[in-house]
Design a protein around this ligand. Structure first.
Ligand code: NAD
Length: 345
C-alpha cells in the first residue's frame, strides 16, 4: 500500500476534472498530482501550466501505463468511464471515478469485476456524502432520534445546459443520470434502503432545439420511488433551471422533519427599509460543494494510505445507474418499473 504521498494522474481536465486536479495539486498534502490526460490540447495545456504539471498526454493509455502513478481520477464524459476504469484497474491503479459510474448496469458490473480482479480500490464521486449538512442529516437519521423515515424528497436542478450531447437518452441517460445521480444516491444513502419500484414522468419545457430530433428528451423529471422497506421517495430534477443550482432534501420521519440545503447562498441577505428582503440564489455546484469535493478526495487518498475501503463503493455507483435507467424506462413506457436488484458479481 502507498507510503508517503500518493501519486495520482487525472484523466479529463474539464469542469470537474479541473477542480479535482487543483485539489490534488494544492490542497491535499498527502497526494501528489503527477500527470494529466486530455485529448483537448488547450485544456490540457491550461491545466498543466496552472498547476505546474509537466507530464501530459492526450491518450489515457499512456497515463495508466506509468509505473510512478498509483491512482487515477477519471473525470471524462460518462460514456468513456467503463473503458478507462477497466483499463486502469487492469494496470493496477486505484480509481476515483466521477458519477454517473457508467452508462449501463452491465458496464458498472464490468468495472466492479475489473476492480475486484485487480484488487484495487474504487470510489465513486458522490460528494454529497462528504458535505457537512448531508453528513449531519445522515447522523441524525442513523441515530434513530427521528424514528422511521416515511417520505424523502430530493430536489436537484442545474442552472445551465443540458449540452446537446445529452439529447439522445440512449447515449447519455439524460438529466436523471447526469444531474440527478446525486439525488438518487442521496435517497438510498439517507434512508439506508434499496429502491424497489419507480414511476416517473418527464417533460421538455425549455429545450426547444431538442424537440424535433429527440422527442423523448426531457428537461424536467418527477420520479416516485418505493423502497424495499416501504419508505416513499420523490426525486424532482430540472436542467436548465436558470435561477441557480438547487440541491435540497426534505426527510419526513415519524418523529420530525429534516431540511437540508437552501435556495439562497448562505451568509448574505439584504434587508431594506421598505421591508424587502433580498438574497442571492446559489449559482453553481462548484461553490456549494467546494468543501465536499476536497473532502471526498482526502478520503480517497487516506483510504489508499491506510488500506481502507472507500465509503462510496462501486455498488453505490451501480445502484444509482440502475435507478436512473429505471426512471427512463418508466418515462418511456408510462408504466411503473421494478428496479433490478441483481447481486454484484
Ligand atoms: N460530482 C459532480 O458534482 C460533477 C460535476 C460535474 C461533472 N461531473 C461528472 O464528471 C464527468 C466530466 O464532466 P465535466 O462536466 O467535467 O465534463 P467536461 O466536458 O467539462 O470535461 C470532460 C473532459 O474530458 C476530456 N475527455 C474526453 N474524452 C477523454 C478521454 N478519452 N481521455 C481523457 N479525457 C477525455 C474532454 O476533452 C474534457 O476536457 C462526467 O461524468 C460528469 O457527470 C460530476
Amino acid at each position: 500500500m502507498a507510503k508517503g504521498k500518493v501519486r495520482v494522474g487525472v484523466i479529463g481536465t474539464g469542469r470537474a476534472g479541473g477542480i479535482h486536479a487543483q485539489n490534488l495539486a494544492q490542497r491535499i498534502p498527502a497526494a501528489s498530482l503527477v500527470a494529466l490526460c486530455d485529448p483537448d490540447p488547450v485544456r490540457l495545456a491550461e491545466t498543466g501550466e496552472r498547476l505546474g504539471v509537466t507530464v501530459r498526454s492526450a491518450d489515457y493509455a499512456a497515463l495508466i501505463q506509468r509505473e510512478d502513478i498509483e491512482a487515477v481520477v477519471i473525470v471524462t464524459p460518462t460514456s468513456r468511464h467503463c473503458e478507462i476504469a477497466c483499463a486502469a484497474a487492469r494496470h493496477g491503479k486505484h480509481i476515483f471515478l466521477e458519477k454517473p459510474m457508467a452508462l449501463t448496469p452491465a458496464e458498472c458490473r464490468d468495472i466492479n469485476a475489473a476492480v475486484a480482479a485487480a484488487g484495487v480500490k474504487l470510489q465513486i464521486g458522490f460528494m454529497r456524502r462528504f458535505d457537512e449538512r448531508f453528513c449531519r442529516a445522515k447522523e441524525v437519521l442513523a441515530s434513530g432520534e427521528l424514528g422511521r423515515v416515511m417520505l424523502i424528497r430530493s430536489t436537484g436542478r442545474g442552472p445551465g445546459g443540458p449540452g446537446p450531447w445529452m439529447y439522445d437518452l440512449r447515449q447519455s441517460n439524460g438529466i436523471v443520470a447526469e444531474v440527478n445521480s446525486h439525488d438518487l444516491d442521496t435517497l438510498r444513502w439517507l434512508t439506508g434502503d434499496e429502491f424497489a419500484r419507480v414511476y416517473a414522468q418527464g417533460r421538455n419545457f425549455k429545450c426547444a432545439d431538442a424537440r424535433a430530433a429527440w422527442p423523448d428528451f426531457y428537461d424536467t423529471v418527477l420520479a416516485q420511488f418505493t423502497f424495499r422497506g416501504e419508505t416513499l421517495g420523490v426525486l424532482d430534477g430540472a436542467c436548465p433551471a436558470h435561477y441557480g443550482y438547487d440541491a435540497r432534501v426534505e426527510v419526513l420521519a415519524e418523529k420530525g422533519l429534516l431540511l437540508i440545503g437552501a435556495v439562497e447562498e448562505p451568509g448574505f441577505t439584504k434587508v431594506t427599509l421598505d421591508g424587502r428582503v433580498q438574497a442571492q440564489a446559489v449559482r453553481t455546484w462548484r461553490t456549494l460543494f467546494k468543501d465536499a469535493y476536497l473532502a471526498e478526495l482526502e478520503h480517497f487518498i487516506a483510504c489508499l494510505q491506510e488500506d481502507r475501503t472507500p465509503a462510496v463503493t462501486g455498488e453505490d455507483g451501480q445502484r444509482a445507474v440502475e435507478a436512473a435507467r429505471a426512471v427512463n424506462d418508466s418515462i418511456r413506457t408510462g408504466q411503473p418499473i421494478l428496479i433490478c436488484q441483481e447481486a454484484l458479481r
